[in-house]
Write a protein that binds this ligand. Structure first.
Ligand SMILES: [Mg+2]
Length: 210
């Protein structure tokens, strides 16, 4: 019996594009776009921030020192926030699940600046039952610790939990725990998956709820 649904955020509820940040940040640093892109995407810096090892101020100070960024932390946060686009079909689907009375949880590798922005910007945030966020838990998916945090917070385990995530390695770690996992590709596949499990009412279409 399904008791809760866990949603990854990035590329499931919200699309994101770090290249937007890189483009806007570059003219305010001494680096070029490709250097900055490698630094933000491939260095361990972001992982250290998202695992909670670095707080926002330390993360920002390190970027400022290394890249020569000329703005303030507030300026940086504003650029850092501007990378998201809502995936409305998934957000509608989440709303339908909530309306049906099912507890839902965000389950995301993310950081404080992004979470703060998403929380104040998108009305799906407060209708989640709880938020399991890597920087708060101190572990990144697919580490077991964050999956355990979701089980602990929700009070459910194994097949009671339905989980949607776009990254195969995160999905695999959920399946190993017996969770019912959908490796999200697009709205219609995920919708079909949730209908088959009876989580979503078959008569409702994504986008039809308002
Ligand atoms: Mg994702």
């Amino acid at each position: 019996m399904i008791k809760a649904v866990a949603f990854d955020i990035g590329k499931v509820l919200l699309d994101f594009d770090y290249s937007i940040l890189v483009r806007k940040l570059t003219p305010q640093t001494r680096w070029n776009e490709s250097e900055l892109n490698i630094y933000l995407n491939q260095s361990p810096l972001l992982a250290r921030y998202e695992s909670g090892e670095l707080g926002s101020s330390k993360f920002f100070r390190q970027i400022k020192e290394e890249t020569g960024f000329r703005g303030s932390e507030t300026d940086f946060a504003a650029l850092f926030e501007d990378i998201f686009t809502p995936i409305s079909g998934m957000i509608d689907m989440h709303r339908q699940i909530v309306r049906a009375g099912m507890p839902t949880f965000t389950f995301s590798n993310t950081n404080e600046m992004a979470a703060r922005y998403i929380a104040r910007t998108y009305d799906f945030w407060p209708i989640f039952t709880g938020h399991i966020l890597s920087y708060e838990v101190g572990a990144l998916k697919p580490e077991a610790k964050i999956y355990e945090a979701l089980e602990e917070c929700s009070g459910f385990t194994g097949g009671e939990i339905v989980y949607l995530d776009d990254l195969p390695e995160n999905c695999a770690a959920g399946r190993e725990r017996g969770w019912q996992v959908c490796c999200h590709k697009d709205v219609s596949c995920s919708c079909e998956f949730l209908r088959e499990l009876g989580v979503l009412n078959p008569s409702l279409n994504p986008g039809s709820a308002s």
